[in-house]
Design a protein around this ligand. Structure first.
Ligand code: NAD
Ligand code: MG
Length: 303
């Protein structure tokens, strides 16, 4: 046995179909942006399971949407991998955010709380400045925050919703990334969050799916722009994940009952199952990957 083996501990095989709850789920409407505590079953963000191994030791990361869902799982994993983390969320999500901040501090890392609305360009600039000041610099930017509101027909889709969805999912990513880039050193990474919806749009998610396709193209174009600065840019494409986004207007309630059933694995993903992908993309382990789309879809096929 070499020094690099993990002794005689074994990692038990786990059947991914049986690892987490499967539909049917109860109807559970809540107001956007939603809260983790109102979800049944309770999502797993890795609170009790994620084990770090120093892969992000000393890194400084800004994560939007860090209070809940995928962003919460990313913040927990990054902190346990040794990173200090600034997290953004809406002021109304303070209760969810406080739970995450406690977990970062329990991991012995610094958490910088930066609540605010990223549909405001001036706030996006202040957010980046606050992260840089609070962390003493910035090495990792993770754009996770997003808005999803299903509408049956284009006639039901208001200009206001169309605008809000693009502001939250596309403009904010542009504003935050533009403000962050002058601070990022060679070796830094940017990770955006698209969706299977960029490639297989649901008829009820016209505006949302369009923003997710824009995020993929933005990531690809930017990766070519900043390669000479030694900065990598990649995008994660989740399939159906069990987060507050979905029952708070992201899906009609009848779709919540069967959420994730359409995937080959027959269930939604839990945020803890996607955080390791963000860790990989943030760390030196992915040093030859840029401009890439990385799926975690329960078996739904990406192009
Ligand atoms: P989530 O509700 O836990 O996270 C979304 C977060 O976006 C919220 O917590 C909120 O803090 C943030 N947000 C929304 N509007 C904001 C605003 N105006 N200002 C600041 N913050 C704002 O849900 P999630 O599913 O973890 O979503 C995270 C990302 O994953 C989103 O980009 C979403 O589109 C993407 N995604 C989710 C799924 C899924 O099935 N859950 C699938 C594909 C992609
Ligand atoms: Mg939230």
């Amino acid at each position: 046995m070499s020094d690099h083996d993990s002794g005689n501990q074994t990692a038990p095989l786990q059947n991914p179909q049986e690892l987490y709850p499967r539909p049917p789920f109860p109807r559970q409407p809540q107001q956007a942006p939603g809260s983790v505590s109102a979800m049944t079953p309770v999502p797993d963000h890795g609170e009790t399971s994620y084990q770090g191994s120093g892969r992000l030791k000393g890194r400084r990361a800004l994560v939007t949407g860090g209070d809940s869902g995928i962003g919460r799982a990313v913040v927990i994993a990054f902190a346990r991998e040794g990173a200090d983390v600034a997290l953004n969320y809406l002021p109304s999500e303070e209760a969810d955010a406080r739970e995450v901040i406690s977990l970062v501090e329990a991991a012995g890392r610094k958490a910088v709380a930066l609540p605010g609305d990223i549909t405001d360009e001036a706030f996006c600039r202040r957010l980046v400045e606050g992260a840089v000041a609070g962390l003493g610099g910035l090495d990792i930017l993770v754009n996770v925050a997003g808005k999803q509101t299903s509408q049956e027909k284009i006639a039901d889709l208001s200009n206001e919703q169309f605008d809000e969805t693009f502001k939250t999912n596309v403009y904010a990513m542009f504003w935050i990334t533009k403000a962050a880039l002058p601070h990022l050193p060679p070796g830094a990474t940017i990770i955006n969050t698209a969706s299977i919806q960029a490639h297989h749009p649901s008829p009820t998610l016209l505006d949302y799916a369009s923003t997710k396709a824009a995020i993929v193209a933005f990531t690809q174009a930017l990766s070519g722009q900043v390669a000479d600065q030694g900065i990598r840019v990649n995008v994660v494409a989740p399939g159906p994940y069990w987060t507050p986004l979905q029952p708070s207007g992201g899906q009609p309630q009848d779709k919540i009952e069967s959420f994730g059933k359409e995937t080959p694995l027959g269930r939604p993903g839990q945020p803890a199952e996607i955080a390791p992908l963000y860790v990989f993309l943030a760390s030196n382990d992915s040093s030859y990957s840029t401009g890439g789309t990385f799926g975690s879809t329960g078996g739904l096929i990406l192009p």
